[in-house]
Design a binder for this molecule. Structure first.
Ligand code: UD1
Ligand code: CA
Length: 461
């Protein structure tokens, strides 16, 4: 059985945050989510997360059947260190398992790297294998000390290293594979007599060597994968790398992204072939965009589904569904639960909320359509307001197919306009409108002949 242990109990002091470090987000997902995804991709069946600082937030937010939480006691003067963290999982490590240890703050690790690490570990019959990388600047990392034979001897932490050891460029990624039984034996022998008085997981390497076990080191070239997030500056760099990966994957799948450095797409977003995305676009959450769409600058789409051949310009779309061939914007706002049929036009400064609009309907300028069921081929004139709120309750409006709602009308809900109903501009509609009826609800115009001259208002001062 393959299991992982993901370390996430640390305080993350350098983030200067009230949120646990591994719950900071890049490209819309928690740092630790990427580590969990990589484990899933590497076919690891069970994930043990070691929690401590901010544990409640983590446990509440990470719900998955594959996850087991183990708590590291956190109190003034409590034992500390990566070794102590892993000890908390001893009871869930089967003797015959392969245990992959990862950190919750290294989101850039790829699943195929984990797969290859496990393979290397298994094929080499090692009891433990360390994932290493060669870095020009190894500052901060534990250094890999090798024997004359070339095999790994031990890991020395920066703070405990002598001058010769500090010159070593091969570093410990903080990721490992162990055989369950050997790991448990070694954990019981770790001590904290080092410069930080911590229980170092890294000591497991020398312990296994001393016990006569075979220990391996698997070196990767792509060292960005071991990149850890400790500060907000590193968080932004992690985001940049992840954004690059997401955008590259989309471009290689047939999406045009005009400027990938200025296009912000979350991990789980799906975009269809031949869609063109302009700079400044933000696509969030579980958004799905169809094929042949054009999404222009400063559009933000959150958890929404957009059909094929849709054009959107400078608009905000939240939790809504838009069918094929619609035109939105500039400056349209679809609030949650808006559902647009095909070939709909939502123009400048139009707001839609919790409303369904049928095919070919248009609201081209300056309208509010809230809590409504609107049919097909309806024309909603400029400045129409669906008056859905009386200060206490909300009501729905129903407009049937082919109705015409003249400009600057108010539809005071609940109200029902039947098929081909026709509302004159400037009407305030409080009663239902029958099929094919014209409804005018405004004062009749009065023209007073010669009034201006009579009042002497035609002479300017
Ligand atoms: C560790 C390694 C170092 C390696 C580096 C790679 C040790 C002793 N050192 O150092 O060789 O080069 O990672 O990034 O392991 N954590 C807990 N409980 C604890 C302490 C830490 O859960 O008591 C978690 C942290 O939340 C973090 C991870 O373990 O996710 C690593 O801890 P950190 O203190 O950052 O280790 P480094 O000093 O970076
Ligand atoms: Ca540390």
């Amino acid at each position: 059985m393959n299991i992982s242990i993901i370390l996430a109990a640390g305080e993350g002091t350098r983030m200067k945050s009230n949120i646990p470090k591994v719950m900071h987000k890049i490209c819309g997902k928690y740092l630790i989510d990427y580590v969990l995804d990589a484990c899933k991709g590497a076919k690891i069946e069970k994930n043990v997360i070691i929690v401590g600082h901010g544990k409640d937030k983590l446990i509440d937010n990470l719900k998955d059947e594959s996850i087991i939480f183990r708590e590291q006691p956190i109190y003034e003067g409590a034992p500390y260190g990566t070794g102590f963290a892993v000890m908390q999982a001893i009871d869930v490590i089967p003797d015959d398992s392969i245990v992959t240890i990862l950190c919750g703050d290294t989101p850039l690790i790829n699943d195929d790297t984990i797969t290859r690490l496990i393979e290397f570990h298994r094929n080499g019959n090692y009891a433990g294998t360390v994932l290493t990388a060669i870095l020009e600047d190894a500052t901060g990392y534990g250094r890999i000390v090798r024997k004359e034979s070339g095999e790994i001897d031990r890991i020395v932490e920066q703070k405990d290293a002598n001058n010769d050891e500090l010159k070593i460029k091969e570093v410990n990624s903080g990721m490992y594979c162990f055989n369950g039984k050997a790991l448990k034996e070694a954990l019981n022998k770790i001590e904290n007599n080092n410069s930080q008085n911590e229980y170092y997981l890294t000591d497991v390497v020398s312990i296994l060597n001393n016990e006569g076990y075979k220990v391996g080191a698997y070196t990767i070239d792509n060292h960005i994968e071991i990149y850890g997030v400790n500060t907000r500056v590193q968080l932004a760099m992690g985001e940049q790398e992840m954004r690059k990966r997401i955008n590259q994957k989309l471009m290689l799948s047939g999406v045009t992204i005009i400027d990938p450095n200025c296009t912000y797409i979350d991990e789980d977003v799906i975009v269809g072939r031949d869609t063109i995305i302009y700079p400044g676009v933000v696509l969030e959450g579980n958004t799905i965009i169809g094929e042949n769409c054009i999404i222009r600058g400063n559009t933000r789409i959150i958890n929404s589904k957009i059909g094929n051949s849709v054009e959107i310009e400078s608009s905000l779309i939240e939790e809504s569904i838009v069918d094929d061939k619609c035109h939105l914007g500039p400056y349209a706002h679809l609030r949650p639960k808006s559902k647009l049929g095909k070939n709909i036009k939502i123009g400048n400064f139009v707001e839609i909320k919790n409303a369904t609009l049928g095919d070919n309907t248009k609201a081209s300028h300056l309208s509010y359509v809230g809590d409504a069921d609107v049919g097909c081929n309806v024309n909603i004139g400029c400045g129409v307001v669906f008056v859905n709120y009386n200060g206490r309750e909300k009501f729905r409006t129903t407009i049937e197919d082919n109705a015409f709602i003249g400009s600057n009308s108010n539809l005071v809900a609940p109200v029902h306009v039947e098929e081909w109903g026709y509302i004159a501009a400037g009407s305030t509609i409080t009663e239902d409108v029958g099929k094919g009826d014209l409804s005018i609800a405004r004062a009749r115009q009065v023209n007073k002949a010669g009034w201006v001259e009579k009042k002497g208002l035609n002479k300017r001062k």
